[in-house]
Design a binder for this molecule. Structure first.
Ligand code: HEM
Length: 230
């Protein structure tokens, strides 16, 4: 996905038009899928206006797609390139995979900052007084490397306790897709490790390009695949 504002501005109306058409199609021909259920929820009790319905679809697409792509790509790069010893542990004991996914979310979480919050009263935080009605940007990836919360927070350890990491946010806006994201990562890592146990990155860590913007993600991930026995 591009971070170029001009490309985003040009592409947004086309994507919204596509989603409006898709919603209309699901209204005419409902199927057993999420979008049809959202349409039905809307027409049953009017809880979602047509604009809200399209906006929700847009949010699901953007929030659900790129984040998970980054988790899978950055997760593989982190394990392969920077922590091959942890990858080897995972290959020996696949029971470590759920913990490894959580640790990759903590260590290299795809969402850098939460959406803005606003103070309703004065807040004192680490010696700084934030006045009421102020926007607050919460750096999730920084909180996940807080040594007060996690021992040696800058070290990747797929067996460490990760409870309390903020990769999916916190509170009322906690990621609604977290179980799906975990499942997708589990399926992707299992499939990749099964099919390509000898995967290699054909470049040095410094050659990987991290894209700018709100997500912590690789612009691309070069990878050399060698099926077993080759
Ligand atoms: C690794 C993958 C993912 C990460 C790291 C992630 C991260 C987050 C974070 C940090 C928030 C909270 C933002 C805030 O508090 O301001 C959030 C919200 C949200 N996420 Fe995810 N997400 C992921 C995957 C998904 C998937 C797969 C879906 C849906 C298919 C999804 C849908 C949403 C939606 C709709 C919200 C807004 C919830 C609300 O405002 O109540 N996310 N996500």
């Amino acid at each position: 996905m591009s971070n170029d504002p001009q490309r985003i501005t040009a592409a947004a109306p086309a994507l919204l038009g596509y989603l409006r058409e898709l919603v209309d199609h699901k209204r005419r021909a409902p199927a057993d899928d999420l979008l049809s259920r959202l349409v039905q929820a809307q027409s049953a009790d009017g809880r979602l206006s047509p604009e809200e319905l399209v906006a929700t679809t847009f949010l699901l697409l953007v929030a659900g797609h790129e984040t998970t792509v980054h988790l899978i790509a950055a997760g593989m790069a982190t394990l392969l390139l920077l922590h091959p010893e942890q990858l080897a542990r995972l290959q020996r004991d696949r029971g470590l995979l759920p913990g490894a996914v959580e640790e990759l979310l903590r260590y290299e979480g795809p969402v850098k900052t939460a959406t803005l919050r606003f103070t309703t009263e004065p807040v004192e935080l680490a010696g700084t007084r934030i006045p009421p009605n102020s926007p607050v940007a919460i750096a999730l990836t920084s909180a996940n490397r807080d040594d007060k919360q996690f021992d040696a927070a800058d070290t990747l350890d797929i067996t460490r306790p990760t409870a309390g990491h903020l990769a999916f946010g916190h509170g009322i806006h906690y990621c609604v897709g977290a179980p799906l994201a975990r499942l997708e990562a589990h399926v992707a890592f299992t499939g990749l490790l099964d099919r390509y146990p000898d995967m290699q990155l054909p470049c040095a860590p410094g050659d990987l390009v991290w894209q700018p913007g709100m997500f912590r993600g690789l612009a691309s991930l070069p990878i050399r695949l060698r099926p077993p026995g080759h």
